[in-house]
Design a protein around this ligand. Structure first.
Ligand code: NAG
Ligand code: NAG
Ligand code: NAG
Ligand code: NAG
Length: 670
């Protein structure tokens, strides 16, 4: 890329006199400051600001908003003092429209109120990107312009630019490519005061020069160059330092409902009727095929399906073999905004592990010391991200507790937050009732006694700790599951063993007058898991029965091949009624997922009485027939299933309680 430097020095008759040079000190936090998130309301769509999707990626369209609606006082981030940092970088992700020659649009500015002066800003024209700032000395003040020739911006694609400024050096990196450096003889001022100034996004405070494209990211990083934090990067044109929550979510190919949730750019044209021609003239136009309910995009003279009419599960294939430090009892898949997709594995031996989805695979990320961990639960309270582990055994000192970890934004790791005394904990469930946050632990046994209390904790916003709120008598509790139906909140426990028998009642509770009260009892056989799911308006509850065992009848009736049961809510009867029984082999988990318009249940079959090599089964919902077995997957000591999705596809992951290997399977669709 050739560079043209035009350093324009425009003398401005400004009243502000020059000042001395006090030593530079940071007036802001030295972390990435999300300027865009500061300027837009959390829900994004207000005052003419629109969330719009282009190439499957969300951005903000600001041009219908009044300039003042997308601005905020500089003092909000310059809270210690008023000096703009001498060294900083700006990261911006945008998609610009083609502009007529000579037209200029502002990406952002910082404008002093009295007198109205542009302190700094970024502006582009069809062939140039200009960085503007106010310079001043004893002789007066003038505007300096550093210009980068930027022909690649206007190709209707997303781009991420990093402008790094350090005294006389101005460096622009586009999509993590080679930086373009400009050494200017007018350095960026050491003492640019932003007292009383405002940040304007997509404007220079006026309607003239309003930004008509889409902006997805605008971040100021005081004190350093953001490039090493962003690059190299797989999709460099969308490299992320920080983006507002309203723009977060899957990027890449639009997912089913994403397409309907946010409108595409307004210049799109959708044609109805029979297949229209697709040539260069129709490029980037849509065709909605009403007969097949398909939406197609004209790309290089071919209609490409973007919203598949019917995505179907064809088959399942092995995608990744994930070797773990020991057998894995529970897995939890979760996403952390701006950090990525993770899976936490609860390992039987000394350490459990967290893996991060990196380049399409789970890669080791963090190890955490646990004591025969049984399961992990991810949850959030406001912006805080937590991960709780259920420890089954005491530590080396004989102390028995489970631990809640909190995600540190600074360290990008989970760090211990709160210890909770537990008794052979099997599971945590996190939920919200009437705006309050709760966490329930399944205490399995204390010594030999399985008939003990499990505890529901409530978040105290004042102490910022979980405090006991209610205890519930359980028998060998294995799992808690929370769900809501209309205005009602339910919590169901899987009771597995009462000391002599696995044939015990598992209980469903409903929240009434500030506590959970018994709603219904289900006879279960070594219940290990409850799964709630919805199909249309219908609500189902499936229990995984693992073992039929009774001390008295043990020799004859010690069976692992037992039926697991799916119940359905009958609203009139105000009860769950048996819908379907499915024979399972020591079932430990149910997972519900959907592909296209189809619904599936997968069961973790772990043991048939002789071997751990048993098939786990995927069932498909077939309406009147109920769930019908469609795929049989060889598994070994299968313990837990999780379904997840990335922009690239749908996956299942399962853990084994009998070998140190979990497997990620990919759902092939047609
Ligand atoms: C456990 O359940 C069995 C069968 O339901 C019952 O006969 C037995 O009395 C129960 N034992 C205890 C300790 O509750
Ligand atoms: C539990 O929390 C509910 C909801 O905040 C409250 O009404 C109730 O008094 C609490 N109970 C105890 C024992 O703290
Ligand atoms: C043993 O189980 C079988 C089938 O599960 C049942 O028919 C039989 O009554 C049970 N026997 C006893 C003694 O519980
Ligand atoms: C629901 O329960 C009501 C009342 O018990 C009963 O009349 C009705 O047949 C049930 N509906 C279904 C679909 O089972």
């Amino acid at each position: 890329m050739s560079v043209l430097l035009t350093l324009c020095v425009v003398l401005l008759a400004l009243a502000t006199p020059g000042r001395g040079t006090p030593p530079w000190e940071p007036c802001t936090d030295l972390r990435p400051l999300d300027i865009l998130a500061e300027a837009v309301p959390p829900n994004g769509a207000a005052g003419g600001i629109r969330v719009t999707q282009a190439h499957g990626v969300r951005g903000l369209q600001l041009s219908a908003a009044a300039p003042h609606a997308v601005s905020f006082p500089a003092s909000r981030i310059f809270f210690r003092c008023d000096l703009f940092p001498e060294e900083f970088s700006i990261v911006i992700t945008l998609k610009v429209p083609s502009l007529p020659p000579k037209k200029n649009e502002y990406l952002f500015t910082v404008v002093a109120e009295e007198p109205d002066a542009l302190l700094l800003g970024l502006r582009y024209s069809p062939t140039r990107l200009h960085f503007l700032f106010l310079s001043q000395d004893a002789a007066g003040a003038w505007q300096t312009r550093v210009t980068f020739r930027s022909p690649t911006l206007m190709d209707s694609q997303w781009h991420t630019l990093v402008l790094a400024v350090s005294e006389g050096s101005f460096s622009l990196t586009t999509d993590c490519g080679l930086p373009v450096d400009i050494m200017a003889d007018v350095p960026f001022p050491a003492t640019l005061s932003v007292r009383g100034a405002r940040f304007f996004i997509g404007s220079r405070k006026r309607t003239k020069g309003l930004f008509t494209g889409l902006v997805r990211q605008l971040v100021l990083l005081p004190g350093s160059d953001a490039t090493p934090r962003l690059c190299p990067c797989r999709s460099a044109e969308l490299a992320v330092l920080s983006i507002p929550p309203v723009l977060q979510g899957p990027s890449g190919r639009p997912e089913d409902n994403e397409v309907l949730k946010y409108p595409y750019e307004t210049d799109l044209k959708v044609t109805l009727g029979s297949r229209p021609p697709c040539t260069k003239a129709e490029d980037a136009q849509f065709w909605f095929d009403a007969s097949r309910k398909g939406l197609f995009l004209c790309v290089g003279s071919e209609w490409v399906s973007v919203l598949a009419a019917k995505e179907k599960l064809d088959y399942v294939e092995e995608y990744q073999s994930l070797f773990t430090s020991s057998e894995t009892l529970g897995i939890e898949v979760f996403a952390i905004p701006e950090a990525g997709l993770f899976v936490a594995a609860a390992n039987r031996k000394a350490t459990s592990a967290i893996y991060k989805w990196t380049d399409g695979k789970f890669a080791s990320y963090q190890n955490i010391r646990t004591h025969q961990a049984q399961s992990w639960r991810h949850f959030t309270i406001g912006k805080k991200v937590f991960l709780a582990v259920a420890n089954f055994e005491p530590n080396e000192k004989g102390q028995e507790f489970s631990v809640i970890y909190k995600w540190s934004q600074r360290k990008l790791r989970f760090t211990p937050y709160q210890r909770v005394p537990t008794h052979s904990a099997r599971d945590w469930e996190a939920f919200e009732v009437a705006g309050e946050h709760f966490l329930a632990v399944a205490n399995h046994r204390e010594g030999d006694n399985h008939n003990i209390d499990s505890v529901i904790y409530k978040w105290n916003p004042r102490t910022r700790l979980f405090e006991a709120n209610q205890t519930i008598a359980t028998s060998g509790a294995y799992d808690w599951e929370f769900f809501t139906v209309g205005p009602y909140s339910f919590l169901v426990v899987a009771n597995a063993f009462n000391g002599t028998s696995t044939k015990v009642h598992s209980h469903l509770y409903v929240w009434l007058l500030g506590s959970f009260q018994l709603f219904q009892a289900f006879l279960t056989f070594g219940a290990a898991d409850w799964e709630v799911f919805r199909i249309g308006e219908r609500v189902f509850l499936a229990v995984a029965n693992s073992h039929s065992y009774d001390v008295e009848a043990q020799v004859h009736n010690d069976s692992y091949v037992v039926n697991s049961v799916i119940y359905e809510l009958n609203v009139t009867a105000q009860a769950f009624v048996k819908f379907q029984e499915i024979p399972t082999c020591s079932a430990l988990d149910w997972e519900f997922f959907s592909v296209g318009e189809d619904y599936f249940l997968v069961v973790a079959n772990s043991f048939d009485g002789n071997t751990f090599s048993v098939n786990s089964i995927i069932y498909r919902w077939q309406g009147y027939e109920g769930f019908v077995a469609v795929h049989s997957l060889p598994t070994f000591g299968c313990r837990d299933w999780e379904a997840f999705r990335t922009a690239a596809g749908s996956y299942l992951v399962y853990s084994s309680a009998k070998e140190p290997r979990s497997r990620v399977l990919r759902l092939r669709t047609g």
